[in-house]
Write a protein that binds this ligand. Structure first.
Ligand SMILES: O=C(CO)COP(=O)(O)O
Length: 252
């Protein structure tokens, strides 16, 4: 059943991107038709570029998303951005609970869950990130950490349409290191079991992305793993050629 899930290749630009990089996004739009048969494409630029990118992407085969949101719709929260504002700017998906936000801003599962609900309230899909650190991995705690993050971060009303899970081992982010395909299969299978036991048929249809040092050279191997339904790509998503090549690596 999960084999029928259409892959999603999502680019997380993190805190990178000035107006000048719009040319790279234009190149993604130009090349998207070639890979549209393989996967859905989503680019999440910094909040400052969401509106400009979404305007360019209208009617094209690349969707635009955001990297974080505040749980509230409006109010006295200086410097924060509401999901409603991001959707108003053209975002159709919002990443929440990225490990960099969990580490840099002390975000915990309860807040991540509220942010996922905020994304829905605004009409966007929530991409909820989970992943173990190197220390947790070394201590043999990976599955316990992932179970607890999933239990705490995913709202009860999660469905295959409104929620995407991104498994990003923290030690694989930006390091060039990746788990073996066998490890990825074991962990994605574990995540799938938990999703099915909590969300039944919806859990069977949810996308589970792999993230962490995905590149054109390893994409085909990783994307072919059972229960890997796409990728959340950091560094390699800044270059149109690499981003499109990763999508090309998805199985037919
Ligand atoms: O954190 C990531 C995507 O959200 C992964 O980053 P890299 O692809 O640069 O390792």
């Amino acid at each position: 059943m999960t084999d029928a899930i259409r892959p999603l290749i999502a680019g997380n630009w993190k805190m990178n991107g000035l107006k000048a990089q719009a040319a790279e996004f234009d190149a993604m739009l130009n090349g998207a038709a070639d890979v549209a048969g393989k996967a859905d494409l989503l680019v999440c630029p910094p909040a400052t570029l969401v509106a400009a990118f979404a305007d360019k992407a209208r009617g094209e085969k690349v969707a635009v998303g955001a990297q974080d949101c505040h749980p509230k719709a409006s109010g006295a929260h200086t410097g924060d951005v509401a999901a409603e504002m991001l959707v108003d700017a053209g975002a159709t998906a919002i990443i929440v609970g990225h490990s960099e936000r969990r580490a840099d801003h002390g975000e915990g599962d309860a807040l991540v869950r509220q942010k996922a609900e905020a994304a829905w309230r605004a009409g966007a899909t929530a991409i909820v990130c989970i992943g173990e650190t190197q220390g947790q991995r070394d201590a043999g705690q990976t599955l316990d950490v992932l179970r607890s993050q999933l239990n705490g971060s995913l709202p009860d009303a999660s469905t295959a349409a409104n929620l995407v899970v991104a498994y990003e081992p923290v030690w694989a982010i930006g390091t060039g290191l990746t788990p073996t395909a066998k490890d990825v299969e074991q962990i994605h299978g574990f995540i799938r079991e938990l999703l099915i036991s909590r969300f039944k048929a919806e859990g069977a249809g949810m996308r589970i992305l792999y993230g962490g040092s995905v590149k054109p050279s390893n994409a085909a191997e990783l994307m072919a793993v059972k229960n890997v339904n796409g990728a959340l790509v950091g560094g390699a998503s800044l270059k149109a050629a690499d981003f499109l090549a990763i999508a090309k690596g998805c199985p037919n």
